[in-house]
Ligand binder design. Structure first.
Ligand code: DC
Length: 234
């Protein structure tokens, strides 16, 4: 009898990790949570770690690269999946932070900080710790498929026009009662794309063999369907 091994086993890939990379506002977080609920897995919103540093830096609590690295090495930082709210939270030395990290100024500062190779290195362990082999993980970010979980059997890359992404982000902010200047939001999104795609270390790009989906004219249900179809045939 000839035993045919599945492709993921032959290639030594891990079946219970799905990575979702793509630019800001493309729908990574929404997709991550709808897949995680379906599969009963955890979610890693890796941008939250960069946002935490951006937040502390804007508050003047962290200044130099050295201070940031020391902070990352000595703090207890844990990513939490809050299914009830459909968001990830970050626990820093026992204090849970979430909403205070979700604004565009913090995102822009996070993107600047994310260019530094040594800071990225210090974050790798925190990200990989979010994977519990017994549970499964949807990891969303910029380099989840290329650098952090290259062993994931399914790597998704989402893209959409900057205008559509700015509109989606504006709707999210308005729902939270924040006022939005569309032109400024679009400029911030384009500037962040530029920085995230053109940095030397771990730039935003599809991992080899990614499932690339342009979500510009797609509903979240359609995107989820396409990902699940690809997951099933693994
Ligand atoms: O996903 P987000 O919008 O929360 O990310 C904020 C910034 O953090 C993003 O513009 C670049 C950086 N980031 C990164 O460099 N690598 C990741 N895996 C996630 C985020």
């Amino acid at each position: 009898m000839i035993l045919v091994k599945p492709l993921d086993v032959i290639l030594n890939l891990v079946r219970n990790i799905i990575t979702i990379d793509g630019p800001g506002g493309v729908g990574k977080g929404t997709l991550a949570f709808s897949l995680a609920e379906k599969l009963n897995w955890n979610v890693l919103d890796s941008g939250l770690i960069y946002r935490l540093i951006g937040y502390l830096s804007l508050e003047g609590r962290l200044e130099t690269e050295q201070e940031i690295i020391q902070f990352l090495n000595k703090s207890k930082i844990q990513l939490l999946t809050n299914f009830k709210e459909g968001i990830c939270e970050i626990e820093l030395n026992g204090k849970v932070l979430a909403e205070e990290l979700r604004n565009e100024n913090i995102a822009s500062r996070a993107s600047e900080i994310a260019k530094e190779a040594e800071i990225r290195k210090a974050i790798i362990k925190i990200q990989r710790n979010a994977y519990d082999p017994k549970k499964g993980l949807i990891a969303d970010g910029r380099d989840m498929g290329t650098m952090i979980f290259p062993e994931a059997a399914l790597k998704v890359f989402l893209q959409a026009s900057p205008e559509v992404r700015a509109e989606r982000r504006a709707n999210q902010l308005k729902e939270k009662g924040m006022s939005v200047i569309m032109h400024d939001l679009l400029e911030l999104i384009k500037q962040r794309d530029e920085e995230d795609m053109n940095r030397k270390i771990s730039p935003l790009k599809p991992a080899k063999g990614s499932l690339i989906i342009d979500t510009t004219n797609m509903s979240i249900k359609d995107v989820e369907h396409e990902v699940m179809e690809n997951f099933k045939i693994l």
